[in-house]
Ligand binder design. Structure first.
Ligand SMILES: *[C@@H]1O[C@H](CO)[C@@H](O)[C@H](O)[C@H]1NC(C)=O
Ligand SMILES: *[C@@H]1O[C@H](CO)[C@@H](O)[C@H](O)[C@H]1NC(C)=O
Ligand SMILES: *[C@@H]1O[C@H](CO)[C@@H](O)[C@H](O)[C@H]1NC(C)=O
Ligand SMILES: *[C@@H]1O[C@H](CO)[C@@H](O)[C@H](O)[C@H]1NC(C)=O
Ligand SMILES: *[C@@H]1O[C@H](CO)[C@@H](O)[C@H](O)[C@H]1NC(C)=O
Ligand SMILES: *[C@@H]1O[C@H](CO)[C@@H](O)[C@H](O)[C@H]1NC(C)=O
Ligand SMILES: *[C@@H]1O[C@H](CO)[C@@H](O)[C@H](O)[C@H]1NC(C)=O
Ligand SMILES: *[C@@H]1O[C@H](CO)[C@@H](O)[C@H](O)[C@H]1NC(C)=O
Ligand SMILES: *[C@@H]1O[C@H](CO)[C@@H](O)[C@H](O)[C@H]1NC(C)=O
Ligand SMILES: *[C@@H]1O[C@H](CO)[C@@H](O)[C@H](O)[C@H]1NC(C)=O
Length: 502
């Protein structure tokens, strides 16, 4: 008995660090996928990995139902397309709160902690479309939450992109809100302060590197001080800290210096671009998680890191590739919930694997590959092009996981992806005889040939896999472009990107 107790204590002690750290670490859960995992499986993954905070981009009822009865803290999102109605029509806000908040909270309900009103609504690339509606929408949502009696427990904020602030001189200490929104940002900061709500900011060192030739690569990561930036004696070792402190300086100028900050999105993609590799993603997350564990804060906000939500949990194969071909590869897990690289959420840097999804209902173990024996090889290029027009070929671009493997491999990757996304329909593996089915997995270490997941039983509006070949997968995502896709378009934060000039 005593021995059993001792063992129990020992295992509790071992578990403690992982859980303590994981409390500050949340994840984004986006669902712009042709074959999404059953939300119940995803929620089990959160539990298995000790994830206690989850950020959503909408309020899909099957997602919320899967989170009900858990202690996971949830940030529910409202897509930008609702902002105008929410701003102009209080009944609309009441209805939104009733259907998407009140219906899900309470005993055995969802632990909703925040409502994120809009998603990066002040992106410069939106040309001011949401400038006038965002703040009134936030006020109406809060009013409706208060009226429903939950306004004390559920905080209202809006996730913003780093392009809401800038530094004319590239120093974090000179951070200031962008001129065209300075006034509205001042009002929003005051509102957040009055209501004890956080400022939610999305930070992407990957974009600093991707968009700016000459950006010092080491500065995007956390583990090498070779590109330190000196801000009048204050040293910055990584662009993440510098970005947060640019916001802190802007908050000081807006007279809300102590507003709590949450990093709503931070992460690194793993495919579709030369910088988007598993090695770089692992290096980035290792550094980020170590930083989270040390709780060192930033020079302007020492000793306490903000909560961060990693972007994101799963790959999403229907996201718009306008921001870049890596857009469908932001997951720390593949679309089917398999870990891509070792990751120690405790920040202790151990070579641990995340816990993957269990009981995933895959289609048959069969793949569609190039048939080298077909007589009409001269048609191959156009067939590949057609397949790629109708499926996801982002693993074939230069620097991506299936690139540089020759025409035969190109054809197999494209044909297989098309066939699998068509739910293994027989007619989808033909290409005038240029394709054939095989039972042996053509994947290797670098290049994966995925098999899709069967549709889960659902009463709500999960995206249906497209049945017709003329449906380009990309076309679906335009209605979703206001969630996690277009947000990246204008990621350049002038001041922060050009530190190396200083
Ligand atoms: C306001 O929103 C409510 C609830 O969605 C809707 O029934 C009503 O038609 C809207 N009013 C206007 C003027 O759009
Ligand atoms: C509740 O949220 C869902 C998903 O974001 C949305 O489609 C629906 O319109 C919302 N309900 C109301 C009444 O606004
Ligand atoms: C913003 O303006 C630019 C240039 O006029 C245009 O190309 C772009 O489509 C506009 N974007 C939106 C979201 O209206
Ligand atoms: C926002 O409001 C200002 C001042 O009322 C107005 O000049 C501007 O055109 C509005 N912007 C949009 C996009 O409606
Ligand atoms: C980077 O600098 C920090 C602070 O001076 C120091 O704690 C850390 O050990 C340095 N890291 C490396 C890899 O030199
Ligand atoms: C840090 O980066 C510099 C410049 O890229 C490189 O020369 C050096 O080897 C790196 N050091 C470590 C410890 O990675
Ligand atoms: C980490 O663990 C994996 C799987 O257990 C193993 O294949 C790999 O070699 C390990 N890496 C290191 C650096 O120990
Ligand atoms: C692929 O799409 C492009 C752009 O829409 C189009 O020009 C081209 O003809 C398509 N190729 C095939 C083989 O369908
Ligand atoms: C995977 O297969 C391709 C094509 O056969 C080959 O070019 C590549 O080197 C292989 N990669 C590994 C890691 O075996
Ligand atoms: C493979 O496909 C990629 C992307 O479509 C293309 O850039 C590359 O040239 C192709 N390689 C071969 C050998 O056809």
């Amino acid at each position: 008995m005593a021995r059993a107790m001792a063992l129990l204590w020992a295992s509790a002690l071992i578990l403690v660090p992982a859980i303590v750290v994981a409390q500050d670490i949340g994840v984004n859960w986006g669902t712009i996928a042709s074959h999404p995992l059953d939300p119940k499986i995803v929620v089990n993954m959160f539990k298995d990995n000790g994830i206690k905070k989850v950020k959503l981009f909408d309020a899909a009822s099957n997602t919320l139902k899967a989170l009900a009865g858990t202690d996971i803290e949830v940030m529910v999102g409202i897509p930008n397309l609702h902002l105008q109605n929410l701003a102009e029509n209080y009944s609309y806000a009441q209805a939104w709160v009733k259907e998407n908040i009140t219906a899900h909270v309470g005993k055995e309900g969802v632990n909703i902690k925040y409502v994120a009103v809009g998603n990066e609504p002040f992106l410069a690339s939106y040309n001011g479309t949401y400038t006038n509606s965002t703040f009134p929408a936030m006020k109406n949502i809060l009013k409706a939450l208060n009226e429903a009696g939950v306004g004390k427990d559920i905080k209202v904020s809006t996730p913003l992109n780093g392009d809401v602030y800038m530094t004319p001189t590239y120093k974090p200490s000179d951070g200031i809100f962008r001129g065209d929104i300075a006034d509205i940002m001042g009002q929003i900061c005051e509102f957040l302060q009055e209501n004890d709500a956080p400022f939610v900011i999305n930070i992407y060192p990957f974009f600093n590197l991707y968009q700016n030739p000459g950006f010092p690569k080491e500065y995007a990561f956390f583990d090498n001080n070779s590109s330190d930036f000196d801000d009048d004696g204050v040293k910055y070792h990584n662009v993440f800290d510098a970005n947060i402190d640019t916001l802190v300086a802007a908050l000081q100028k807006a007279k809300t210096p102590d507003l709590p900050i949450i990093v709503g999105e931070v992460g690194w993609p793993t495919d579709g671009n030369i910088y988007a590799t598993k090695q770089n993603a692992k290096r980035f997350y290792d550094g980020l998680l170590k930083k989270m564990a040390s709780n060192d804060g930033t020079p302007l906000r020492p000793k306490k890191n903000p909560d961060v939500y990693m972007f994101c949990w799963l790959d999403e194969d229907l996201k718009s590739i306008d921001p870049g071909l890596f857009e469908r590869h932001w997951g720390i897990f593949s679309f089917d919930g398999q870990p891509k690289f070792p990751m120690d959420l405790s920040g202790e840097g151990q070579n641990k694997s995340l816990v993957g999804a269990k009981d995933v209902p895959y289609f048959e173990k069969q793949w569609c590959v190039h048939n080298k024996d077909a007589p009409n090889q001269e048609d191959l290029a156009v067939k590949i092009e057609w397949a790629c027009n109708n499926t996801d070929c982002t693993t074939l671009v230069p620097g991506a996981s299936c690139s540089d493997m020759g025409l035969d491999m190109n054809a197999s990757v494209a044909f297989n992806m098309y066939y699998q996304m068509q739910n293994q329909a027989e007619a989808a593996c033909d290409f005038q005889g240029l394709a054939k089915l095989v039972k042996q997995d053509p994947s290797n270490e670098t290049c994966q040939f995925p098999i899709m997941i069967k549709q889960f039983e659902s009463t709500s509006s999960a995206p249906e896999p497209s049945g017709s070949s003329s449906d380009s997968p990309g076309s679906d995502s335009s209605t979703h472009s206001l969630s996690p896709s277009l947000q990246h378009l204008l990621q350049i934060v002038v001041g922060i990107c050009i530190f190396w000039f200083a």
